[in-house]
Ligand binder design. Sequence first.
Ligand code: BG6
Length: 514
Amino acid sequence: MVGAMAEASNPFHDALRFERRVPPCAIVIFGANGDLTKRKLIPALYRLAYERRMPSGYVIYGNSRTEMPDDVYRAKMKESVKQFLEDSPFDEELWSQFAQSLYYVAGDVQDTAFYSKLAGRLKEHDQKTAGNMLFYLSTQPSHYEPIVGGLGAAGLNQGPGWRRVVVEKPFGIDMATAKALNRRLQAVFPESAIYRIDHYLGKETVQNVLAVRFANGIFEPLWNRRYVNNVQITAAESIGVEGRGAYYQESGALRDMIQNHLLQVMATIAMEPSAAFEPNAVRDERAKLLRSIRILKEEEIATHAVPGQYGPGSMGGKPIPGFRQEPGVNPEAQTDTYVAATFFIDNWRWAGVPFYIRTGKRLPKRVTDIAIQFNAAPLSLFERDNMGGNQHLARPNLLIIRVQPEEGISLRFLSKNPGGGMKLRPVSMDFNYGSSFGVRTPTAYETLLVDALAGDATLYTRQDMVEASWAVVQPILDYWNSHKFEFPNYEAGTWGPRQSDEMLDRRGHLWRVP
Ligand code: BG6
């Protein structure tokens, strides 16, 4: 077990942990009654207030179409915060203070008149907010364009004070729509004011990848094709589509998880060190890496990308319906609820090293991790029998970065079993966030909201990054759209379709059981 050298004394109000100061501002959330606002955004903002990380002066406006007095909205959000605050306490007194800064403004985002009303409301708080404004687009994507256009027409894209816009995923449904969205955003806001959010980049352990790689001398020399045999990135979810059947049916796992979250994670694992820890320098390296991912040729897709869809099964002894039986889902849907893919990076560091990525719904458990599998020792001094057959397949040296639910890092290696003879056994050296630091880690949305308020875009994606990842995903989408698959091909509660194992087996590899 690795212990943190200095324990934080007060986990909630420790200034050293949260050095970042954020300026006063107004935050406008479009999509104020949506799932993301209720589950993530308002709980994250409340939590920031709890930790005294909100600016000295701030107001939060929720917008959606339904007419509603401020108090009703506040009461609704209070319930959400109580329900979704996860591992944090709810403080009535703090809530009452927080709620005084929370407002609601009804309006149809397609109606241009709404934006002058919004501008008027925001102006009332200018003294408190210094005219700074963060617009958060958390609506259905078809509303992004009218909102941005409306903000521009009302002059809300320009100061006094800074103006920024945070754009939720999905960022387009393919390369063409992503490019079009970029053009529309950039017609109103400069690129430096556009914050495309990918919440995986805000996860503490994903950020820690950069610290581990670039603050230590021991890992980087091994972090390349000479020593790394393959890399496996797994994002398994046990949940199904949770009432999002209609959205998910159109999206599928490739768009929902790979195009954004997992390619960004892969870029973080594989990128070169940046010249400085400064937003554009870091993002340049991520972008460069994304552009180096080899684009699969049509004839390679069937063997390099495996789609799956869950059928009925059981989990924890309970029967689970198949995807096609979920509400709102077409009984013949060709949607992928699982994807496994093999990617290669065409650069000097990684040439020839497979990066295996898989994600799926209704897998046996919720776990996201990254396993760097190192080459075997060049010569085996010990009998293979001691190691359960092929040493390389059975007992690789692994560095496992555990993103969730337990955050940490493990190094797996072989050790001599106590006693006579040279019997070997895999052992693990573990670092665990919870026990090492003894503090709660901020959620990705807390981190990313503070970053956007502070004007730090390091963990946000840029136009070139979004387009580079669409370039990787688009040929697979096109190929899948023109083929019919025999779905379902895995049972709910299992680790995905057999073809996924076969994909690794062709290279003599095995998926690690997370
Ligand atoms: C979202 C996807 O972006 O990420 C969801 O739309 C998915 O389908 C979620 O469940 C996973 O996020 P996390 O943080 O729970 O791993």
